[in-house]
Design a protein around this ligand. Structure first.
Ligand code: SAH
Ligand code: SF4
Ligand code: F3S
Length: 466
């Protein structure tokens, strides 16, 4: 099931590397640029793509115009994401005109759909290749083929390679204190609104040993916060299940926190809840997308749980760890959603009192069952529902964040914010905090006394240890 990528592609990598080295000797440096849209899985894929590019001897540039190879990693989860990607691809036309030798590749979920490949083929003739997520290990092969021939390359969506998990990728990580670790790829759930199972293929879990080695390596390099990624981590299955994988990771020596996303409510086992409550190395944050508070809509969404089951899982999680921060995803305006259904969602949000929710307007995705449902909801109704739900959650967020006022909490510093001299970081519960400080604190834990909180962030001052 799993293949070691070296055996397959080292040869292509070496040939391109040699070519780039020869060019450098004659004074020509080869640059690559990559822009990423979409979820953390896509961010993690881009880190692998960058790793491959570096191995091939490319240097990375933030300026598309300076690049010799230009890559766009796309998302297809909502129409807006695809339109944004297509508009960026449209903008690449003038770059190709000015620099005809540049290679332009579009990768990511959008290019795992036959109709989008056709669109790129015909409407964007300057795109050299497409590369769907399950095929990123073939990037060196594609670049090599393009450098040695004129034909454009569009990898077929139903290529059997899509059903393998590839090991041994070089990874160029964005940060040096937080890291993503994909533990599985794909999704088998086919929620009726969702494109992901079509773009990312069936579930493939990595071997636990490969995951443990990757995490060990990260801890040794000083990473403090590690997030395990999968569309549905609860259905992870190799020689162990997800709860056991977490236990094994927590047994590793070192000062680190482990997170995971996303959990599907139908698959949160009692064993997982028990491990979550017990292990101190697991961050006290649980992202549990509910999607709707109406049982009728949940059924139509093909989610395989009802609100009673969801609420009982929430209770169990809070019993296991009373400090747990709970977050969720919610879709408004799913086909046939009535005012009454929507009110049930609002009631559920008020009942659970999430620490944060990510709200989405339902977006019709071609070939998904929900796209064919009658009674699609009017855009204006969807927008009104989104605004109301956001208002309800905003008040809850304010109340929840205000609890931290006058308290001192541990924060992992992430970056300098746009506001000079102000740092931003995250609590163990994943809440955003701003405080004064300098760049040397990036990647460090600090204790912050919270002076003020609003719905979206907390603001305070660093307190020094006595
Ligand atoms: N595997 C994860 C996340 C999938 S995508 C999960 O099951 O929760 C992230 C979120 O995007 C989903 O949770 C859902 O709320 C939202 N989403 C997915 N498809 C959508 C669509 N067609 N329209 C609007 N929101 C969508
Ligand atoms: Fe999409 Fe559902 Fe799979 Fe999440 S679990 S990726 S929402 S099909
Ligand atoms: Fe988008 Fe693909 Fe992620 S559709 S949300 S990039 S899995």
């Amino acid at each position: 099931m799993n293949i070691q990528y070296d055996e397959q592609i080292s040869d292509y990598i070496n040939r391109i590397k040699q070519r780039n080295a020869e060019n450098e000797q004659s004074g020509k440096i080869s640059y690559a640029h990559i822009l990423t849209f979409g979820c953390q899985q896509n961010e993690a894929d881009s880190e692998k793509i960058r790793g491959l590019l570096l191995q091939m001897g490319y240097r990375l540039t933030d300026t598309p115009e300076n690049a010799d190879i230009l890559l766009l990693n796309t998302c297809a989860v909502r129409e807006h994401a695809e339109l944004k990607a297509l508009s960026v691809v449209g903008g690449y036309k003038h770059i190709k005109t000015a620099k005809p030798d540049i290679l332009i590749g579009v990768c990511g979920c959008m290019t795992a759909q036959e109709h989008r490949i056709d669109e790129i083929k015909h409407r964007y003739p300057y795109v050299d290749f497409t590369l769907e997520p399950s095929q990123i290990h073939r990037l060196p092969e594609l670049i090599y083929r393009k450098l040695n021939g004129k034909r454009r390359i569009f990898l077929s969506c139903d290529d059997k390679e899509a059903y393998r998990a590839v090991e041994g990728f070089p990874i160029d990580r964005e940060l040096s204190h937080r890291a993503w670790v994909s533990i599985m790829y794909g999704c088998n759930n086919f929620c009726s609104y969702c494109i992901v199972p079509y773009t990312r293929g069936r579930e493939r879990s990595r071997n636990s040993e490969d995951i443990l080695n990757e995490v060990k390596d990260l801890i040794a390099k000083g990473y403090k916060d590690i997030t395990l990624l999968g569309q549905n981590v609860n259905s992870y299955k190799s020689d162990c299940d997800f709860a056991e994988l977490l236990e094994r990771i927590c047994e590793l020596d070192g000062d680190f926190l482990i997170r995971f996303m996303t959990s599907h409510p139908k698959d949160v086992s009692d064993k997982l809840i028990e491990v979550f409550g017990r292990e101190k190395k697991i961050a006290p944050h649980f992202h549990l997308p509910v999607q709707s508070g109406s049982d009728r809509i949940l059924k139509l969404m093909n989610r395989h749980y009802d609100t009673a089951h969801y609420l009982s899982t929430v209770d169990k999680l809070r019993k296991a760890n009373p400090n747990v921060s709970l977050t969720s995803d919610i879709i408004v305006g799913f086909p046939s959603e009535t005012d009454e259904d929507f009110e049930k969602t609002v009631e559920l949000v008020e009942k659970v009192r999430f620490d944060m929710i990510y709200t989405f307007i339902y977006s019709k995705r071609k070939f998904t069952p929900a796209a064919k449902m009658e009674e699609q909801i009017d855009e204006s109704v969807k927008s009104k529902r989104l605004a109301r739900l956001s208002d309800v959650q905003e008040s809850i967020c304010i109340e929840k964040n205000k609890i931290y006022e006058d308290k001192t909490i541990r924060v992992l510093t992430d970056a300098m914010s746009r506001n000079q001299g102000i740092l931003s970081g995250r609590t163990d519960t994943n809440k955003l905090v701003h405080y004064e400080g300098d760049e040397s604190l990036i990647g460090q834990y600090v204790n912050v006394h919270i002076d003020r909180a609003d719905a979206y962030a907390m603001y305070g001052k660093i307190v020094l240890d006595k």
